[in-house]
Design a binder for this molecule. Structure first.
Ligand code: IPM
Ligand code: MN
Length: 327
C-alpha cells in the first residue's frame, strides 16, 4: 500500500490535491477488537471517490471471516458487479508463455452473484450424515448488467471480441440463462464478434492460445479461478491488478491486487508491490486520469524490461516506479 500511494502521489499532476484516509481493517484489527467492517466505517468509506484495498487474509484468522466479513461485504455493499481483471504479457517475467505473441485480454468477472452470495447451509453439521449446499444465485438483472458492461468494453477495444465462459453443458439453468442473455444483448453490438467456451476448455486455451482472447465475461467463481490462471501465465500473481467496479457511480469503486497477503513474507520487505501499483493505474483510469494510468503501465513495462537478476525489495521497486512516472 505504501508503494501504491507513493506512485499515485508521484504521477498526479501538481494541481490535483489528493486526500487520503487510512482505514485499519484486516487481521490485526480483528484480533484486537473482533471487528471486521463496522457500519460506521462502511458509511465513511462510501463518501470517497475510490478505495484502494490492501491484500487481506491471515492464517491466524479462521477461513472466511475476513473474506466474507470484509472483502465480500465491501463488494456487495458497494454493488461492485464488474470485477475487472486485465492480463497483459509483461516483458522479462518468468512465465511459461514468454516469447509468445502479444497477450492482452481482460476478464470481466461478475462480482455480486453466483456461489458468492452465501446462499447455502449445512444440516447435521460435522456428522457422517452431513449435507451441505452452496447455491449459485443468478438473476437476469445481474447477468444482463455485467454482460452489457463487457460488450461495452469489447466494443471500445480494437479487436472487438467477446467470449462468454460458463459451463452450460452441465449447469443447464444458470448456463442457459447466461447464454440467452449474452446472445440477446449481443444484438445491440453488431460489431462485436462473440464466442462461447466451457470453463474447462477455456483453461486449456489460456495456456495454449491465450492470444485468442480479448474480453471475457464470466460468472463470479469461474472468474476467480480463471484470473489466477491468467496471472500465472502472463507474468505471475505479483503483477495482477483488479478493479471492483460499480459502473453506475452510485458507490465508490475499489481497486486491489488479485493476490493474497502473503503472510509468510509479511514484514520482510520482499513482497512485489507491482500488482498494487497497477491497481492504482486502474483506479486512475476509472476516475478519468487515463494519461496518468498509462504512465504507470508504461513505467511497469520499462521497469521489468530493465531489471536485472538481483532480487529487489518492496521499497526499491516502489521507488523505481515512482521515479519513472515522475520523470
Ligand atoms: C479474489 C480472492 C477473493 C475471491 C477471496 C479472498 C474472497 O480470491 O479476489 O480473487 O474469491 O474473490
Ligand atoms: Mn481469487
Amino acid at each position: 500500500m505504501a508503494q501504491g500511494l507513493k506512485v499515485l502521489t508521484a504521477v498526479l499532476p501538481q494541481d490535483v490535491k489528493l486526500e487520503t484516509q487510512e482505514y485499519d481493517l484486516g487481521a490485526r484489527r480483528w484480533h484486537a477488537t473482533g471487528e471486521t467492517l463496522p457500519d460506521e466505517e462502511l458509511e465513511s468509506l462510501k463518501r470517497h471517490d475510490a478505495i484502494l484495498l490492501g491484500a487481506i487474509g491471515d492464517p491466524s484468522v479462521p477461513s472466511g471471516v475476513l473474506e466474507r466479513g470484509l472483502l465480500l461485504k465491501l463488494r456487495f455493499a458497494f454493488d461492485h458487479f464488474v470485477n475487472l481483471r486485465p492480463s497483459k504479457l509483461f516483458p522479462n517475467t518468468a512465465t511459461p508463455l514468454a516469447g509468445r505473441p502479444d497477450i492482452d485480454f481482460v476478464v470481466v468477472r461478475e462480482g455480486t452473484e453466483g456461489p458468492y452470495t452465501g446462499n447455502g447451509g449445512s444440516l447435521r453439521t460435522g456428522t457422517p450424515a452431513e449435507v451441505a449446499t452452496e447455491v449459485s444465485l443468478n438473476t437476469a438483472y445481474g447477468v444482463e448488467r455485467v454482460v452489457r458492461d463487457a460488450y461495452e468494453r469489447a466494443n471500445a477495444r480494437p479487436r472487438k471480441k467477446l467470449t462468454l465462459v460458463h459451463k452450460n453443458n452441465v449447469l443447464v439453468y444458470a448456463g442457459h440463462m447466461w447464454k440467452n442473455i449474452f446472445d440477446k444483448v449481443g444484438q445491440e453490438y453488431p460489431e462485436v464478434t462473440t464466442d462461447y467456451l466451457h470453463v474447462d476448455a477455456a483453461t486449456i486455451f489460456f495456456v495454449t492460445q491465450p492470444e485468442r482472447f480479448d474480453v471475457i465475461v464470466t460468472d463470479n467463481l469461474f472468474g476467480d479461478i480463471l484470473t489466477d490462471l491468467a496471472a500465472a501465465v502472463t507474468g505471475g500473481i505479483g503483477l495482477a491488478a483488479s478493479g471492483n467496479i460499480n459502473p453506475t457511480g452510485e458507490f465508490p469503486s475499489m481497486f486491489e491486487p488479485v493476490h493474497g497477503s502473503a503472510p509468510d513474507i509479511a514484514g520482510t520487505g520482499k513482497a512485489d508491490p507491482t500488482a498494487t501499483i497497477l491497481s492504482v493505474a486502474l483506479l486512475l483510469n476509472h476516475l478519468g486520469y487515463a494519461p496518468q494510468a498509462a504512465r504507470i503501465e508504461e513505467a511497469v513495462a520499462a521497469d521489468l524490461e530493465a531489471r536485472g537478476d538481483a532480487p529487489r525489495s518492496t521499497d526499491e521497486i516502489g521507488d523505481a516506479l515512482a521515479a519513472r512516472v515522475a520523470g
